[in-house]
Ligand binder design. Structure first.
Ligand code: ADP
Ligand code: ZN
Length: 434
């Protein structure tokens, strides 16, 4: 079943026309309701009348994370508070959190895009959804919850954490669809194994997102949990989860383009890049009321593909996110993404995909160490075997990343597990970079 064929299968021309109309309405809305955007547009000498079609998108100002921080808490709202029915906020590891405000219509859009996400993963009213994303200010829990209810599934709002209880309910209630971060799914899989209850599971689908994960990790989770694993993407600034989703082809993430327009720009020149080229994802909301956002610079790195998908959908597809430009480490002048390390480790059956990167600067030289867990079945006191594995991993890291790293093999289950977004990097050099 396709949740909303009307919007997921428009011709490119129809989509561009729809986007043009909705973009104009959004620009008009922010111009007259948000002093922040009015000022930004005035500085560029443009008015809503300058936006005649979606081709005019590039005339509009960018929005960056700091704008949201400067306008904390409600400065970017375009609806009076009396129309805002829900507030969310991102964790905001540094500085003030990013706040999102939703009108009733916004919540309706949100549940619709999440319903599309789950329908694209072949789930419907017959499914039992276990929502193990955190509930609360984080958008993951309530966002997924609303979409699962909207397709008519039965929903277990368990939130994140409490791992043994998760597994107990999963077996007792017959969960068929699991929603959580990929790192938590990996931890759950490990515990299921330990508890020896794998044969009692009815899982068929996993909807994993909120953090970058690799194709290798997808295969690992699919094998371990006997499911099909779908990537779901979103961010608080735009709406939360539901901005883009995998269909069963798992070949890129379909963008909900009738609500959010994606662009890829060169982060240095800020110029739009053509389809297929990797750059920074920029998103404009075109139906939101509470907090519409123009040209938000996500810092997420990916590319877009406008070819029709073999599933029948015509919406633009975004490649799996490679990482965030602010997650990128520059070590001895080389750009390193944690996801590159993950993809290397998944090539080794002896290593578990639990890892942590440590970077430091000693005597003006960057020191790069990767802690890698060894799988319990391979962990042995056999020194030569371990030395050999260490050498093999170091060699692959050198050839994939173009930089050498000290590999430290650590005991099974010694790296901290995460129930939400995993923290996989400790960079002690920050003091030098500021
Ligand atoms: P926070 O800022 O607290 O992390 P958000 O949940 O709003 O709060 O974070 C959104 C960010 O999470 C995105 O910009 C992106 O970097 C990352 N993200 C979300 N979903 C995915 C995904 N499926 N793949 C890769 N990264 C993702
Ligand atoms: Zn598709």
């Amino acid at each position: 079943m396709i949740w909303n064929e009307t919007y997921e299968c428009l011709s490119r021309k129809e989509m561009r026309e729809l986007q043009g109309k909705r973009l104009f309405n959004t620009v008009e809305r922010v111009y007259y309701n948000s002093p922040f955007y009015r000022k930004k547009m005035q500085e560029l000498g443009i008015t809503p009348e300058d936006i005649e079609s979606v081709e005019d998108l590039a005339k509009l100002p960018f929005t960056v994370k700091n704008d949201l921080r400067d306008q904390y808490p409600f400065g970017l709202f375009s609806s009076p508070m009396s129309e805002i029915v829900r507030l969310h906020a991102s964790s905001g590891t540094t500085g003030k959190p990013i706040v999102g405000g939703y009108t009733r219509k916004d919540l309706n859009i949100w549940s619709e895009v999440m319903a599309r996400t789950f329908s694209a993963g072949n789930c419907d009213r017959g499914d039992m959804f276990q929502i193990a994303y955190g509930y609360g200010l984080f958008t993951g829990g309530l966002g997924a919850h609303a979409g699962a209810e909207r397709i008519g599934a039965s929903v277990i709002p368990i939130s994140s954490g409490n791992t043994e209880k998760q597994i107990q309910l999963m077996t007792d209630f017959g969960t068929t669809a699991l929603c959580c971060t990929p790192s938590y799914a990996l931890y759950l899989a490990e515990m299921i194994d330990k508890m020896g209850v794998g044969n009692k599971l009815k899982l068929k689908a996993g909807f994993f997102g909120a953090e970058p994960w690799t194709e290798g990790m997808r295969k690992e989770l699919e094998n371990k949990l006997s499911i099909k694993a779908f990537d779901i993407f979103g961010l608080t600034e735009i709406i939360g989860p539901g901005v883009a989703y995998n269909c069963s082809e798992q070949n890129g993430l379909h963008f909900n383009e009738d609500h959010f327009i994606p662009e890829i720009i060169d982060p240095n020149t800020l110029q739009p890049l053509p389809a297929g080229e990797v750059g920074e994802l920029v998103i404009t909301t075109i139906t939101k009321e509470g907090m519409p956002i123009l040209r938000y610079r996500t810092k997420d790195l990916t590319s877009l593909n406008y070819e029709k998908c073999s599933c029948g959908r015509t919406s633009a597809r975004m490649d799996k996110i490679r990482g965030r430009s602010d997650d990128m480490l520059i070590i001895r002048g080389i750009n390193v993404f944690p996801s590159q390390v993950e993809s290397v480790l998944l090539e080794f059956s002896e290593a578990a995909p639990h890892y942590h990167l440590f970077v430091d600067r000693i005597n003006n030289t960057d020191v790069f160490e990767i802690h890698v867990e060894v799988r319990p079945e391979f962990f042995s006191d056999h020194l030569s075997q371990m030395l050999n594995l260490k050498k093999k991993i170091a060699h692959r890291i050198q050839s994939v990343l173009g930089i050498s790293a000290e590999i430290k093999l650590v005991e099974p289950r010694s790296i901290e597990r995460s129930t939400g977004k995993a923290k996989r990097v400790t960079d002690k050099r920050n003091i030098y970079n500021q």
